[in-house]
Design a protein around this ligand. Sequence first.
Ligand SMILES: [Zn+2]
Length: 174
Amino acid sequence: MLTSTLPELIKPIKLARQGLILKGTIPLEQMKRLTADAFASDGIVDVDAAFIKDGEGYPLLQGIVKTCVQLQCQRCLQGVDVKLEVELTLAFVTKESRLEQVPSIYEAILLDSEEISLVKLLEDELILLLPIMAYHDNCEAYQYRTDEELKAEKEGDLKPENPFDVLKQLKSNK
Ligand SMILES: [Zn+2]
């Protein structure tokens, strides 16, 4: 069993044979692509997973990976904590021709060598969860704006556009 800081490189096929439990953390700063747009990269990635073999002999990595990245709120431009959590069911294959045979309940991962980067593997999964735009759930800047917008709408309601005025305009334009 591996605990605390997890290794950078792993051998999935071998570890699945051994039934290794993968529980520990990876410093967020090792995931440069994931934190490219983040305010800080001093968090951790929590991994609670296990290498196993399923009934058909597929080497799997199953478990949960979670972290929290601080992105910029697109309303107030301050930092907002965005929680990312993914449930993994990765099946490893060593030949491209075998990719199609992997049951669809698994996400197939093609290994080009015996040893791969655990950090990259998990980072790829987390990147898929990144929102296109980050917002605070209750962003003050946004609330202020909606109040203003509501007020504008109310004022607009007091003088509704008369459809006949539009018609008149159309006629006079002729
Ligand atoms: Zn905000």
